[in-house]
Design a protein around this ligand. Structure first.
Ligand code: GLU
Length: 401
């Protein structure tokens, strides 16, 4: 296939990359920062920005997860080439992150693209209240046309609450943002049957339909994790992304125009997702989370939900239970049957205060302007009256004790 003189390849990675709507691109330190000098690889970064601008121009949403803060910061602080202590790494990250964010701004700005820096910790993707906030912020940035550039908040994250590597962080970001593709730009062009640095018979795998134990063993978990460029963490990322309905690509990122190279048929490995992001999220809300409270709604709200709408405060008659913003709650019809589940945009005290009121009154009642919806339709699963009346107990906690 040829469009405007460009050869477009039909490898799974090339086709998948062109078809994706929301793409998370993970950029490793080794691509961005020259190992010998500790300086940014400007020409390469420029070419990445050109690729991103092309993706945006054809209507794709792009989130970048970029490493490089520590690698840049260590030179700026004169920390030398040796192994850094934790505090030195954190100091380097604090310094290098400024340079990193500025570099993205410098290369994307001329394309008319706003860059937004987002620093996350593991907790932001796990604690529900913060998860909902981070998700909403990313959604808003994308809607406004910005490119979020994300890194781990290395300066404050302590060992036990770290993602530790940006492969895993990028998979969590993909999950949180309901992305449909995660592209890992790496120092290896995909998954091999064995470590190609050691075994000359190792074969490249262009497509992984399912993460079987045999595939996972190719990451080196059972043998040695060295030499395959952190393949084990990449497969861990594939698992998180796949379960969230997000496909993943591992591609060589070194050459100039790394994304164009994949689209032109450059060697890469494509991992099929297990489901769609929409289904994964609905499953997560409807199944895994146990409700902490109930919202009893009127007939008008029942009809709105059945049509796929959001739950507005006006339709709520009664609020029971104790919950925080981001917790799961059950929605109950006037006859007491559970008809939906969703993530509450307000805690129970605020929910009681605004129940029965129009959204335009929220600010006056609470003193701040939150969401118009009590549960946004993206955060809601409607299942009609086919669930038993909820007891409000928490099976997650019951299992844990
Ligand atoms: N967050 C680290 C940094 O920006 C990198 C972590 C990684 O590369 O996996 O320097």
């Amino acid at each position: 296939m040829t469009i405007a003189g460009t050869d477009l390849a039909d490898t799974p990675a090339a086709a998948g990359l062109r078809a994706a709507k929301r793409v998370v691109i993970k950029v490793g330190s080794a691509l961005l920062v020259d190992e010998a000098t500790g300086r940014l690889r400007d020409t390469w970064l420029q070419s990445l920005a050109d690729d991103i601008a092309r993706m945006r121009a054809r209507g794709q949403e792009v989130i970048v997860v970029s490493s490089g803060a520590i690698a840049l910061g260590r030179r700026l602080l004169g920390l030398g080439q040796g192994v850094l202590r934790l505090e030195e790494k954190q100091a380097a990250a604090a310094t290098g992150q400024i340079r990193l964010a500025h570099a993205y701004e410098t290369v994307l700005g001329p394309h008319g693209i706003q860059v937004a820096q987002v620093l996350l910790t593991l907790e932001d993707s796990e604690a529900r209240r913060r998860y909902l906030n981070a998700r909403a912020t990313l959604g808003t940035l994308l809607k406004l046309g910005a490119v979020p550039v994300i890194n781990e908040n290395d300066t404050v994250a302590t060992a036990e609450i770290r993602f530790g590597d940006n492969d895993r962080l990028s998979a969590r970001v993909a999950e949180m943002a309901s992305a449909d593709l995660l592209l890992l730009l790496s120092d290896i062009d995909g998954l091999y049957t064995a470590d190609p640095g050691v075994d000359p018979t190792a074969r490249h795998i262009p497509r992984v339909p399912r993460l079987t134990p045999r595939i996972l063993a190719m990451g080196g978990g059972s043998r040695s994790a060295v030499g395959t460029g952190g393949m084990a963490t990449k497969l861990a990322a594939a698992r998180v992304a796949g379960a969230a309905g997000c496909a993943m690509v591992i591609a060589l990122g070194r050459h100039v125009g790394p994304i164009s190279a994949v689209e032109a048929g450059g060697r890469a490995t494509w991992f099929d997702p297990e489901t769609t992001p929409h289904t994964a999220r609905k499953r997560w809300i409807g199944g895994r989370l146990s409700p902490r409270g109930t919202l009893t709604v009127d007939e008008g709200a029942v009809k709105a939900l059945a049509r796929g709408g959001s739950l507005l405060p006006a339709g709520i008659r009664l609020v029971t239970g104790r919950f925080q913003r981001g917790d799961a709650v059950a929605v109950v019809d006037p006859a007491g049957r559970e008809i939906a589940r969703g993530l509450a945009a307000y805690g129970d005290a605020d929910a009681r205060a605004i129940a029965g009121h129009r959204s335009a009154e929220i600010e006056q009642i609470l003193g701040f302007r939150g969401r118009d919806e009590m549960i946004h339709r993206d955060d809601l699963v409607f299942h009609g009256g086919d669930m038993p009346a909820t007891t409000g107990d928490d099976t997650e906690e019951a299992q844990a004790s």
